[in-house]
Design a protein around this ligand. Structure first.
Ligand SMILES: C[S@@+](CC[C@H](N)C(=O)[O-])C[C@H]1O[C@@H](n2cnc3c(N)ncnc32)[C@H](O)[C@@H]1O
Length: 239
């Protein structure tokens, strides 16, 4: 989520502080709407979604086995919340989108929404990414503002599972906040129980997972006056 309030508890590895049940408890206290998903900054949703569509279009040109235009067959929105990204972006570029979200209250919004009724949303998996084992082949595995809920080793294991669940031209995208720590360390947020990682940390985890970074870009256009973290896209393919 695009907050910028973090605390730094000394030299303990920030990801060792992650507590999944505390995170779920936190998200259960958040309203199931765009304001809740975006930490009180609903006004950035439009620019966020537009930038994501632009980024994907650029990445598709880099993958010969993926058609440059036209719908992708199957995508998955990971850590989807109420399905904001599915509704405003992924459903426009994929024939069908599966959803992974551990908070039932949020998953229920997707389940009862018009995209589910129309068949644009496929399966909804109510689970954390650390436990999700994909059973299909995806053209696009989209992760936005959610992998901070996984420890470093959980994230590597998760990415390895995702790598094995890609279609031939498929890709994994992460869109996440970047640490602004003066000492270039990851930062722990005790409010929502997440780790905000450095660019360097992300790249080392991608390496460990055997993934190639085919494109990365910073999200632009979000007013600096909001005081949010920088946000970065990463597009990944198997080595
Ligand atoms: C900041 S919201 C982002 C939601 C959505 N990706 C968006 O951009 O609108 C973070 C989401 O991560 C979910 N989450 C919490 N723990 C998670 C976990 N272990 N695995 C996957 N998602 C998790 C929360 O329930 C919440 O829906």
């Amino acid at each position: 989520m695009p907050t910028s309030e973090h605390t730094q508890p000394g030299s303990i590895p920030p990801d060792s502080l992650i507590d999944h049940s505390a995170a779920i408890q936190y998200w259960n206290s958040v309203s199931p709407d765009v304001n809740g998903m975006l930490g009180g900054f609903p006004q950035i949703s439009r620019i966020d979604l537009r930038a994501s569509a632009n980024f994907l279009a650029k990445v598709r040109r880099l993958i010969p086995s993926l058609p440059e235009s036209g719908s992708l067959k199957l995508g998955v929105d990971c850590g989807a919340g109420i399905g904001r990204v599915t509704q405003g972006f992924l459903s426009n570029v994929c024939d069908q989108v599966d959803v992974v979200e551990p908070v039932e209250n949020f998953a229920r919004v997707v389940q009862g929404g018009p995209l589910k009724q129309a068949g644009k949303v496929g399966d909804i998996y109510i689970t954390g990414l650390e436990n999700w084992v994909p059973s299909k082949r995806y053209d696009l595995i989209w992760n936005q503002w959610c992998v901070g809920h996984l420890t470093d080793s959980q994230l590597v294991e998760y990415l390895v599972r995702c790598k094995g669940a890609l279609s031939e031209g498929g890709l994994i995208v992460l869109k996440e906040n970047m640490s602004t720590d003066a000492d270039k360390e990851d930062m722990y947020d005790e409010l929502d129980n997440t780790v905000t990682r450095t660019d360097q940390k992300f790249r080392s985890l991608f390496d460990r997972a055997g993934l190639n970074l085919i494109k990365t870009e910073e999200q632009s256009g979000i007013p600096k006056t909001l005081g949010l973290f920088p946000i970065r896209f990463y597009a990944l393919r198997p080595n």
